[in-house]
Design a protein around this ligand. Structure first.
Ligand code: 1HN
Length: 345
């Protein structure tokens, strides 16, 4: 690949004439927008240990009342993008949110899709288009694009959860906005009850649910049991992993970011090929190491890390007796829709 002309090679008056007319020569920048073989990624492998973040989040509970925050969140920002960008990767936003007993976070809806993974505490809930979704540790609750959602807390201890949004992508699209308020919703059924068993779906009067997001709450007890049953069903299975899906269609549960849960059996070491998608690992139970070329993170319970795309990852459970459970978020659904998803063996 030969060297291309530089900006400095061009006469000053020519460059000024271009600038005056809002024109830019491509060739000095061609190699940086199209690097050979592999993209230049800004996302740096980054880890946020929960024990370091937690006291600062609780302090925010003292410093900033809900009226002054609406959502009391510390954003997990990737230094590779600049902290002010509030991005974990090019497409993924992560935040740890605190709700104290008796507090509420007002109803709103917005274009970015969100999910929350409950980290600590009990007795809080998110109401999504009228469906009250209780929050227990490890539960995944969806608040998809355009759906009204508010949080409340009837319990006695602080509740903390991890928010995952496709906000960086939607913001980049110049499509990110919020609406406040919301209508009164009547009673809405419990979707996690309606889809309790895999393999069967509700069909009252022979009708199937056609909503784009039929299931809003994926209780950890069910997902954990599914992982254990999967591990028991096939001792030779390559990885014990389940995807959070739309139970009506079998598709990923959201259109841009994908979510899965993975069990590392005691002592298991798992090599994941480099994939084009960036991803996030959050430890639900147990401990695991997440290793890439230039970094190794030892995750304990509630720790979170992000890994850029095009990066091979080794996961290892160092316990010889206890399984480790990880929650994974990535932008593979989006990349697949664009026809740009790759796995490099
Ligand atoms: C949001 O709506 C929530 O509803 C949390 O809890 C974090 C970050 C950016 C934009 C909207 C929530 C958010 C958010």
């Amino acid at each position: 690949m030969h060297e291309l002309g530089r900006l400095e090679d061009l006469p000053e008056d020519y460059r000024s004439a271009l600038t005056e007319l809002n024109l830019v020569p491509l060739w000095p920048s061609l190699r940086s927008v199209l690097p050979p073989g592999k993209p230049a990624v800004r996302t740096k492998p980054t880890c946020w240990p929960y024990q370091t973040l937690r006291p600062l989040l609780l302090k925010a509970g003292e410093l900033t009342p809900m009226e002054k925050a609406e959502r009391r969140v510390l954003v997990l920002a990737n230094p590779g993008h600049g902290l002010e960008k509030m991005q974990a990767s090019s497409t993924i936003y992560l935040g740890m949110q605190l709700l104290l007993p008796g507090e509420t976070a007002p109803n709103h809806r917005h274009t970015p899709n969100a999910v929350r993974m409950i980290v600590e505490g009990g007795g809080a809930y998110t109401t999504v288009n009228g469906e009250k979704c209780p929050m227990e540790r490890g539960d995944l609750i969806l608040t998809p694009t355009g759906m009204w959602h508010e949080h409340g807390h009837d319990g006695s201890e602080p509740v903390v959860w991890l928010d995952v949004l496709d906000l960086p992508l939607v913001y980049y699209m110049e499509a990110s906005y919020v609406m406040e308020g919301g209508p009164e919703f009547g009673h809405s059924d419990d979707s996690s009850g309606a889809y309790r068993r895999g393999g069967v779906a509700p069909s009252p009067m022979f009708e199937r649910n056609k909503s784009a997001f039929p299931l809003l709450r994926y209780p950890w007890a069910e997902v954990r049991a599914a992982l254990q049953a999967l591990a028991a069903s096939d001792a030779a299975i390559e990885s014990v992993q389940v995807s959070y899906i739309n139970p009506e269609t079998g598709d990923d549960c959201q259109k841009i970011l994908g979510y899965s849960a993975l069990m590392l059996r005691p002592g298991e070491r798992l090599q994941l090929s480099a994939r084009s998608s960036s991803c996030v690992f959050h430890q639900i139970e147990g401990g695991a190491s997440v290793s890439v070329d230039n970094a190794e993170f030892r995750l304990g319970e509630a720790d979170t890390c992000c890994i850029p795309g095009y990066t091979a990852v080794v996961l290892e459970n160092h316990s010889s007796t206890e399984p480790a459970y990880l929650f994974i978020a990535d932008d593979a659904p989006f990349q697949k829709k664009l026809g740009m998803y790759e796995v490099r063996k």
